[in-house]
Design a protein around this ligand. Structure first.
Ligand code: ADP
Length: 566
């Protein structure tokens, strides 16, 4: 059997580019992309991608060149997910909330050859390009004008639609020779450190896309709304995934309640992805923005822990949530909280608690574990012993661009280290407790900020909550809560602390509560805890009241947690 041939017919590079050709052949007249008044079919999308790929080649873009783009969720950005790798190049979709300095850093570091800029982002892009000037080779700039209602805004001479019109709609892209060649370059959002350039391969992108379609149970012909930025891990691979299912992409420029409810009603959206923070936009929509859901909308959420209380609330509105966990380095979601039928029978609150766990490996992952990072011993599968979440499998990045040190630190002993602290339950489901940098160590005990936030979200008046360490003269660190309140709500700090005492072991109760109009967030809706930590460092905790049980609770689970400290 070993002698059977491995040939061009049975050993073909895995790449998500095959999804587009298939969609164009099979779903040729079905809507591929809708954006306001513009609607393309899969045949048109395929032709537009061929045009763009050939135009890029004629601009001297060749293998492994980086093509950067700064744009919201518009058709052009969707098309680039296919067209750029069809030209042999690597797509670098830049986070649109970054400032000029960071954009310049990315352009310089990636050595971008072409820079596509949505017309709305011309001012910040112009500033970024100015910062690039001294001694750097400048990328060629192409502005993407509004496709529905052109503005005439330009930066240089090239415009996206004009460029497309010069391309060849019958272009035949070269086959991908090596499935491990790069397809995308995504910079981490820098929540915890400097942005790093994460490189994905064609193979990794292909396998992750398939796994997520399966993990979420996305059927054929979904109507997918782009509430998650495409620049975030290539839209958790659904840029490629919607083509694989012959679906329809509903593009929205901004993730507001009005745009989301409007698109759901107008196009019969069936699927969407978002960070849990977006639930608040849907829940707090003004009456004139809100539309009733005629059929359940499937949401895949992740990127930050979805508090159980919030899951319960959003599902009551008619959304059905699947929870996933991942990171840029894992091509987006690496774990999905796969629902088991036997859980259908449990109470609503218990369902939300089970669903708030981060889950089990997607099929592409060879393995997931929670380990002591020093000894590499797996922790006990008891839902209590904490360790670092580690992953291995084909959906993990190739590495960080031009950063061997960071790459070798992330890959150790055959595993990828996520930097997240978690537990494994006896049923094999992983639950995240914190990022290692966010764990609060109070009097020698680990406090999971995620757990304290979960308790805060149970308070009806709290819309957003984040808990960070605050210096404490006696305990070293103690939890400090930052909360955003629902409009017109005005609970006192003492009331919130009292609520926490009723829901948490007392040593976990925040010693201070700060009320905020807005919590600082990244473009993907993640709360930037480093900013809150910097604020909390300057706080002076109130003097301790003598309480018999403070820091000496009798809860077994918490004692075990302390024993299993990292
Ligand atoms: P950055 O690390 O720069 O924020 P990522 O977007 O890759 O960039 O963030 C990944 C991190 O987000 C994970 O390491 C984890 O801490 C957090 N995260 C992602 N999904 C979840 C989830 N479902 N629950 C809790 N935390 C999550």
């Amino acid at each position: 059997m070993d002698k059977l041939p491995k040939c061009e017919a049975n050993y073909v590079a895995l790449t998500p580019l095959t999804f587009l050709k298939r969609a164009a052949a099979v779903y040729s007249n079905r809507a591929s992309v809708i954006h306001r008044g513009v609607r393309f079919t899969w045949r048109q999308t395929y032709e537009r991608c061929c045009r763009l790929a050939s135009a890029l080649n004629s601009l001297n873009v060749v293998n492994n060149d980086v093509v950067s783009v700064l744009a919201p969720n518009i058709p052009a950005l969707y098309e680039m997910h296919f067209a750029v790798p069809m030209a042999g190049a690597v797509l670098n979709a830049i986070n649109t909330r970054l400032d000029a300095k960071t954009i310049a850093t990315i352009l310089r570091h990636s050595e971008a050859k072409i820079f596509f800029i949505d017309y709305e982002f011309v001012p910040v892009a112009r500033d970024a390009l100015r910062l690039l000037m001294p001694g750097t080779s400048m990328p060629l700039v192409v502005v993407i004008d509004d496709i529905d209602c052109p503005t005439g805004i330009r930066l240089g001479e090239l415009e996206y639609e004009a460029l497309l019109s010069q391309g060849n709609p019958r272009f035949v892209p070269a086959e991908i020779a090596d499935e491990l060649s790069p397809i995308a370059l995504n910079y981490t959002s820098g929540t915890t450190s400097e942005p790093k350039g994460v490189v994905y391969s064609h193979r990794g992108a292909y396998l992750s896309t398939l796994s997520l379609i399966l993990g979420w149970g996305m059927p054929t012909e979904p109507v997918y709304m782009w509430s998650l930025p495409m620049f975030h891990c290539n839209g958790w691979t659904f840029t490629w995934g919607v083509a694989a299912r012959g679906g329809t992409n509903v593009c929205i420029r901004s993730t507001t309640a009005a745009e989301m409810y409007g698109a759901i009603a107008a196009h019969g959206v069936t699927h969407m992805c978002c960070a849990p923070i977006v639930f608040n936009l849907l829940l707090d929509a003004k009456p004139h923005e809100r539309r009733p859901l005629v059929a359940p909308v499937e949401i895949l959420t992740g990127g930050a822990p979805p508090p159980a209380a919030l899951l319960e609330r959003i599902e009551r509105l008619g959304f059905h949530v699947v929870h996933a966990y991942g990171l840029t380095e894992a091509t987006g979601p690496a774990l999905v909280c796969e629902w088991q039928r036997k859980w259908d029978r449990v109470s609503g609150e218990e369902k939300a608690r089970l669903k708030a766990r981060q889950g089990i490996s997607i099929l592409t992952l060879a393995d997931v574990d929670v380990k002591d990072p020093e000894t590499m011993e797996s922790v006990a599968r008891d839902g209590k012993a904490m360790g670092e979440i580690v992953l291995r499998g084909s959906s993990i990045m190739k590495g960080y661009l031009k950063d061997e040190k960071a790459t070798s630190e992330a890959f150790r002993n055959g595993w990828f280290f996520t930097g997240d602290v978690g537990v494994i339950h006896p049923d094999g489901y992983v639950e995240i407790k914190d990022r290692s940098k966010d764990v609060i160590i109070s009097g020698g005990e680990n406090i999971s900020s995620v757990e304290v936030e979960g308790a805060l979200y149970k308070h009806d008046d709290i819309v957003e909550a984040a808990v960070v360490a605050m210096p404490h003269p006696k305990w070293g660190e103690s939890p400090c809560a930052f909360v955003k309140l629902r409009d017109s709500a005005a609970p006192s700090e003492a009331e919130i602390i009292h609520h926490c005492r009723n829901n948490l072991p007392h040593f976990m109760v925040p010693k201070m509560v700060q009320f905020m109009d807005e919590l600082p967030k990244t473009a993907t809706g993640k709360i930037q805890k480093f900013q809150l930590r910097a604020m909390a460092k300057t706080f002076v905790p109130p003097p301790e009241k003598r309480r018999r049980h403070d820091h000496r609770h009798n809860n077994n689970q918490d004692q075990l947690m302390a024993l299993s400290r990292l």
